[in-house]
Write a protein that binds this ligand. Structure first.
Ligand SMILES: C[S@@+](CC[C@H](N)C(=O)[O-])C[C@H]1O[C@@H](n2cnc3c(N)ncnc32)[C@H](O)[C@@H]1O
Length: 342
């Protein structure tokens, strides 16, 4: 079976990386991956269990819509109509048709919605544009038409409600909740496993992880951050917040199933360390020690730290850059601990 993910335009690579990491996290075997512009098409070797599938969908941060693909056909009107007629018997109850035409000038979404809508209609199906049981979705893109049914729509409101400024405790420079969630997902971590953020700040990363049922541990050198983060994380069940130093975390080797952290920036953070470079080096070596072999870390930095990463023993899976505002780009290092020794 094939699923289509309408990727967010917020980043060129992260939305696709998030989906592939999540599928791997749940041990799903992927038979084929292809891209049509912002639509990622993934063919799975076998169907996911319903509970697992809904958990997977609920975790996604950087895809707007997920569809169960019925067919991919060429983007001409008659061929699309034929595909819709083949799909019609599988639709029962109320439905609506929603078409997105990305780059095909000859077809319009209104025309497609009207025509396909009429074809789907039969004795046991009827149009309901307000609250349909099924949304039939069409993407017309790069001379192809992908037709399927919507299985998930990401709630915009959910992330707006968790905007950093709406939380009880706020400090500048915090990641957007959507990005924080995608980075946790990149880390290949499952519910009940333990994620550590050794520079927890206001707790934005741990909030997203905790809401996905992950056990979270945070450390910060400033007492006001620990107090503030505990207010922000009040709704979570399993949280440990420790006043401490990221260069020496009081946990055994290999005790973390994942680490996601945003390193302190020279000016904006109160740094407890000799110099920013030595703090980064010692903290990254400590993250390596804490992480279980075979697991992943995501480290965000406002300057290149490739040399430190190389010496720490981490394998770089990928590196992303993300523009926060005109004068600030953050680097995101997606790392794996493949060996025990740095
Ligand atoms: C960039 S902020 C983290 C932002 C965080 N992701 C959030 O959601 O608010 C970095 C944090 O690192 C803390 N910090 C600085 N030096 C530290 C150290 N040696 N050990 C632990 N925390 C430290 C700062 O107090 C600050 O709260």
């Amino acid at each position: 079976m094939m699923y289509g993910f309408e990727l967010s335009g917020e980043h060129e690579k992260l939305p696709e990386a998030e989906i592939l990491a999540l599928l791997e996290t749940y041990g799903v075997k992927v038979a084929k991956i292809s891209r049509l512009n912002r639509l990622l098409l993934v063919t799975l070797e076998e169907r996911m269990q319903p509970d697992q599938f809904s958990e997977f969908l609920s975790r996604i941060a950087l895809s707007h819509i997920v569809i169960d693909v019925f067919e991919v056909v060429s983007a001409d009107f008659d061929t699309i109509r034929d595909a819709a007629s083949r799909m019609a018997p599988s639709i029962s109850g109320s439905y609506a048709v929603d078409a997105t035409v990305w780059d095909e000038e000859d077809l319009t979404s209104t025309e497609l919605e009207r025509s396909v809508g009429a074809l789907i209609n039969h004795e046991s199906s009827w149009v309901d544009l307000e609250k349909p049981d099924t949304i039939v979705k069409l993407y017309v893109i790069s001379k192809r038409c992908v037709i399927g049914r919507v299985v998930h729509t990401r709630s915009k409101q959910e992330f707006t409600e968790r905007a950093p400024k709406r939380r009880p405790f706020f400090a500048p420079g915090v990641l957007k909740p959507k990005i924080a969630r995608a980075l946790v997902n990149l880390c290949h971590i499952k519910p009940y496993e333990c994620l550590v953020d050794p520079f927890v700040g206001t707790g934005g990363i741990l909030l997203e992880a905790g809401l996905m049922g992950i056990r979270v541990i945070g450390l910060d050198a400033q007492e006001k951050m620990i107090t503030g983060a505990s207010r922000n994380l009040e709704e979570l069940e399993e949280v440990d917040l420790i006043l401490g130093d990221a260069r020496s975390v009081p946990f055994k080797n290999g005790s973390a199933a994942g680490v996601v952290t945003d390193l302190p920036y020279g000016r904006s953070s109160k740094i407890k360390g000799e110099s920013i470079d030595s703090l980064y080096r010692d903290a990254i070596f400590e993250i390596f020690r804490l992480l279980k072999k075979g697991r992943f870390a995501v480290i965000i930095s406002d300057k290149p730290i490739d040399d430190i990463i190389k010496k720490s023993g981490f394998l770089v899976i990928d590196e992303y850059s993300m523009r926060i505002h005109r004068s600030m780009t953050r680097r995101i290092y997606f790392l794996k601990k493949d060996t025990e020794v740095p």
